[in-house]
Design a protein around this ligand. Structure first.
Ligand code: G3I
Length: 305
């Protein structure tokens, strides 16, 4: 294949990107996005603050714009995200107890219902585990409603959109030996054992020198897949430049291709200048839309697979 999506398709996988709705008027941006990618994640437009700015008053206009662009260009959509401690609307931030639990479940139900039938996979719950060595849940207002909040969110999402794949999504879960990775693994194993509806695990894959691409990445992906879930790399970006950055992208692609249930890879933006951390130049195209070494290594690795 001569594009990322074509090369990934040869092994039945997708290659996606985050899309920012306000950039859909930038023709360089949309030309690259349309040519290279066949899965789209709204970078911010489907989050809690965007979709429910006032309690029980939903605003889907920005999310709908991205879904519309994706559908009219033949792309699938990853939903991001239904329940998260961050980017909550102001009214939710100081809620607690059963009022918050019910508000969260209503949010999951209403948003998943609005997009029913249009979402390939939902990041139902995002970033619910703590960093560091504790292996604990992250403390948050949602966690303080009870440890079962995550499974409650998954059950509500399944009821609202039975055909969407339901994913748990997190970062710093790439290295198999890390406590956070083990903690997420144990949750997924428990969910599968008890019949909680979970279909997939997303690995955000935001890498830099403090969080390098681990040598055991294929082992992590393979161990999760062996639980009976699909795995996806959902927000890939790697700080750096040149051959070093390119080799790390190649390693990620090879790790995914080595695992049958690794069904796709998405990068978290199109050009370096579109990145949430643009100073790290972490993406596949430079600020002028030119293909970087990281692009060529990624494409070659997809084609070799
Ligand atoms: O909404 C305001 C807008 O009204 C204002 O005009 C504008 C001015 O700067 O700021 C807007 O909010 C910003 C928003 O992006 C939309 O551009 C926020 O300040 C900014 O914090 C927010 O950053 C996003 C970040 O999530 C928030 O947590 C990034 O774009 C987005 O790339 C990033 O994505 C996350 C994933 O969802 C989850 N995993 C990690 C990843 C990177 O942090």
């Amino acid at each position: 294949g001569s594009t990322l999506q074509a090369a990934a398709s040869e092994s039945g996988r997708y290659f996606g990107t985050a899309i920012a709705g306000h950039k859909l008027s930038d023709s360089q941006y949309t030309t690259i996005a349309n040519r290279e990618f066949n899965m789209v994640t709204a970078e911010n437009e489907m989050k809690l603050d965007a979709t429910e700015p006032n309690q029980n008053q939903f605003n889907f206009s920005a999310g709908d714009q991205i879904v519309s662009w994706a559908r009219s260009n033949g792309k699938q959509v990853r939903g991001h995200t239904l329940a998260w401690h961050s980017q909550q609307p102001g009214w939710m931030q100081n809620m607690s107890g059963s009022a918050l639990r019910n508000a969260m479940l209503n949010h999951v139900t209403q948003v998943a219902t609005h997009y029913r039938g249009q979402i390939h996979s939902w990041d139902v719950v995002n970033e619910a585990f703590a960093d560091g060595s504790s292996g604990a849940r992250r403390d948050s207002n949602l966690q303080r409603t009870g440890n079962d909040w995550i499974e409650a969110a998954f059950r509500a999402a399944r009821a609202a959109d039975p055909n969407a794949k339901l994913c748990y999504n997190d970062y710093n879960t790439d290295n198999w030996s890390h406590a956070k990775t083990q903690a997420v693994y144990n949750m997924v194993r428990d969910f599968k054992a008890r019949g909680v509806p979970i279909d997939c695990v997303g690995f955000q894959a935001h890498f830099n020198s403090g969080n390098p691409v681990p040598n055991n990445y294929h082992e992590t992906l393979g161990n999760f897949a062996a639980l009976g879930v699909d795995v996806q790399i959902t927000e890939l970006d790697i700080a750096g430049s040149g051959t070093s950055q390119a080799e790390q992208y190649r390693g990620i692609v090879q790790a995914c291709l080595a695992v049958a249930r690794c069904t796709g890879i998405s990068v978290w933006g199109v050009r370096d200048s579109d990145s949430w951390r643009a100073g790290d130049t972490p993406l596949l195209f430079d600020g002028n839309g030119n293909k970087k070494a990281a692009y060529h290594y990624t494409l070659d690795a997809l084609n070799a697979g």
